[in-house]
Design a protein around this ligand. Structure first.
Ligand code: AP5
Length: 210
């Protein structure tokens, strides 16, 4: 398996980039946030366990997340894999690497300053059906409130309020240096300036993925 992990703060553009790359073909994209939100909508046991953590902006426990990603990695269809939102802790990173088949090939880190992250997250809108990301100011759907891709309703995520965004950024900061050090040690880390237009970053990512 060829696995690339996208690292970066909430709002750094991991989901936006991974979805676009997967739509172009050749990659399968797994977002642990999207998987958890689907589980919440379906009221599964995992969804019920995860909801409180997500609403507060805290991390869902590692054992739940590792089981989710192990199950997802059984459904790659032979494509190259982009992981967005996983790993978020060193134990999650170790869980991937302990199995030679799921060892990470490269970790791409998107760097974006905090004021830009806050503006992106509080303005973010997403399709309730397919998860396509939009922004209330910078990336509106063609028809107000309707997803360009699937026609689903475009909504604001419940954890994109200012208070929860602040907590998510604190939680990210508490884990990020340890995670970067983990991938730096194995020489798999490559950092990108994520504070520029979506297309410009996409071109650079494609080069790193070749
Ligand atoms: P998750 O859904 O993964 O949220 P996140 O990491 O907080 O990341 P985001 O989805 O907020 O940001 P993103 O980097 O994908 O940005 P996006 O592309 O959307 O996780 C939610 C929760 O689930 C967590 O808080 C936790 O509770 C739980 N969870 C998930 N995984 C877990 C794990 N492994 N372990 C434990 N718990 C876990 O972009 C954001 C906005 O910016 C959009 O509006 C977009 O249009 C805009 N934008 C994107 N790129 C650009 C650009 N280049 N320029 C301008 N605007 C841009």
């Amino acid at each position: 398996m060829d696995i690339t992990v996208f690292l970066g703060a909430p709002g750094s553009g991991k989901g936006t980039q991974a979805k676009r790359l997967a739509q172009q073909g050749g990659f399968v994209h797994f977002s642990t946030g999207d998987i958890l939100r689907a589980a919440i909508n379906e009221k599964t046991e995992v969804g019920l366990k995860a909801k409180g953590f997500m609403d507060r902006g805290e991390l869902v426990p590692d054992d739940i997340m590792i089981a989710i990603i192990e199950s997802a990695l059984g459904r790659t269809g032979g494509k190259r894999v982009l992981l967005d939102g996983f790993p978020r802790t060193v134990p999650q990173a170790e869980a991937l690497d302990k199995n030679a088949k799921t060892a990470v090939a490269r970790a791409l880190y998107f760097q974006v300053p905090n004021p830009a992250l806050i503006a992106r997250l509080t303005g973010r809108r997403v399709c309730k059906n397919c998860g396509e990301p939009y922004h209330a100011v910078t990336l509106k759907p063609k028809q107000d409130g309707v997803c360009d891709r699937c026609g689903g309703p475009v909504i604001q995520r419940s954890d994109d309020t200012e208070e929860v965004v602040k907590r998510r950024l604190e939680v990210f900061e508490s884990q990020n240096n340890k995670l970067l050090a983990y991938y730096e040690k194995s020489r798999k880390l490559k950092a990108f300036d994520g504070d520029r237009p979506i297309e410009a970053l996409q071109k650079e990512l494609l080069r790193a993925l070749q």
